[in-house]
Design a protein around this ligand. Structure first.
Ligand code: SAH
Length: 399
């Protein structure tokens, strides 16, 4: 398949003794402290071979010496790294084709970084348009190969790059946002589980639809019949639309952003649901939960933005999650449900469990966990790279 055959990268990054273990276990990251010697003349962003201290060949990685993760493997063993990238892309696309029927769900994460053996690359498909995000210098250099392969595999109408993540600055890159392939386009309508949603790849935060919560939206639909549902941090109303289709007695969408609520109204209307003004509340969720009467809702969804963006924030974020959950637990009707989520990478499952424990103790409610969830199916996490998990949700039953 290669159009131009290129020689395999020859410079060799040699690891310190013992540091080859994680690579043997297919962990793609090499920290700067694991490297014994960098080859002469190797430029940051280039591909290089990786070898153990005793010279054994381990695979191929792209490098960036200015980062603490100084190299990321794209191929293990002898496979040509460019061929490996094409194979990983093909495997990633094939997995999503096997998981989703595009007549029912046509917005999916096609490539999930390390989870698909493609560090630094995220690609989402929205109907026939792709959104690409590149977070590393090495992947930036591989962009032409990635683009060519994705075009071959998916024949998209357009590919739009939305690389505006903080990680790029650590890599020595700046933001890039713009059309990479195909014809310019405007806001799209996608379908998810047969529901319709506006997707604005160019302007939306993560395009307006968080794909990683798809399974939880479906669960909310299943559990909403007859319940009064509060969708906190509603953003574009994903959970609200599902709750409505599930037959909720009432759905209140609350968000601190008036613009987000406007999009939520739009998504409700797009699916033919009536839009009552009093069901869209512009408020800070903490203040709103304090203000509402007890037992006003039977089902509360808490899906806030990441409260911890850095490791140092984890403790402070834990406190914010606890306050939020305590307020919801104090107000939920007896027998009610709470779906509580955290997408903070640095608040792990254990800490999040402790947060909910503490919140329940302080609220004086008996709480049972009915369900635990991580990311949706199209956000795979490699067993060799557990760092790829970030989202966690608990479905709680409150006596
Ligand atoms: N649950 C949403 C995603 C949430 S994104 C979904 O399923 O699509 C986070 C949202 O929280 C944003 O819309 C933001 O405006 C809102 N937000 C952030 N801080 C808030 C606060 N303190 N109170 C209410 N909304 C808040």
């Amino acid at each position: 398949m290669p159009k131009v055959s290129r020689p395999l990268p020859r410079p060799v990054v040699r690891l310190r003794p013992g540091r080859e273990k994680s690579v043997f276990h297919r962990h793609p990251w090499i920290f700067s402290g694991a490297v014994a010697a960098w080859p002469d003349g190797l430029e940051d962003g280039e591909l290089a071979a990786v070898a153990a201290a005793d010279g054994r060949h381990l695979g191929y990685a792209y490098v960036n010496r200015r980062c603490s993760i100084a190299a990321r493997l794209v191929a293990f063993g002898e496979t040509d790294p460019r061929a490996a990238i094409r194979e990983s892309l093909a495997r990633a696309v094939a997995l999503r084709r096997a998981l989703f029927d595009p007549r029912r769900t046509n917005a999916v994460r096609l490539v999930n970084g390390e989870g698909d053996a493609l560090p630094g690359l995220v690609a989402d498909q929205y109907a026939d348009t792709l959104a690409l995000q590149i977070s590393t210098l090495g992947m930036e250099r591989l962009k032409p190969l990635v683009l060519e392969t994705l075009v071959e595999l998916t024949q998209p109408r357009a590919i739009y790059e939305k690389s505006d993540v903080a990680a790029r600055y650590e890599e020595g890159l700046t933001d890039f946002v713009g059309l990479l392939y195909g014809r310019d386009f405007g806001p799209l309508v996608i379908i998810e589980n047969g529901l319709r949603f506006h997707a604005d790849i160019k302007r939306g935060q993560k395009t307006g639809l968080f794909l990683d919560q798809r399974d939880m939206r479906a669960l909310v639909e299943e559990l909403s019949a007859g319940r009064r549902v509060l969708n906190g941090f509603a953003y574009t109303g994903g959970f609200s639309v599902y709750a409505k289709r599930g037959g909720a007695a009432r759905v209140v969408s609350a968000d601190s952003s008036g613009g987000a609520l406007q999009l939520a109204r739009g998504n409700c209307a797009l699916n033919g649901f009536p839009v009552a003004e009093e069901d869209f509340i512009e408020a800070d969720m903490f203040a709103y939960l304090r203000a509402i009467e007890a037992a006003a809702f039977d089902f509360i969804i808490l899906d806030p933005p990441a409260f911890a963006r850095k490791r140092e924030d984890a403790l402070r974020a834990g406190r914010a999650y606890k306050d939020l959950n305590r307020l919801a637990l104090a107000k939920i009707a007896p027998g009610g449900l709470i779906l509580t989520c955290s997408c903070s990478h640095f608040v792990d499952e254990k800490l999040f469990g402790q947060v909910v424990f503490q919140a329940a103790a302080e609220a004086g409610r008996n709480v049972r966990i009915l369900h635990r969830h991580r990311q949706a199916l199209d956000h795979p996490v490699s067993v060799f790279h557990p760092e790829g998990g970030y989202l966690k949700s608990l479905l709680l039953s409150v006596d």
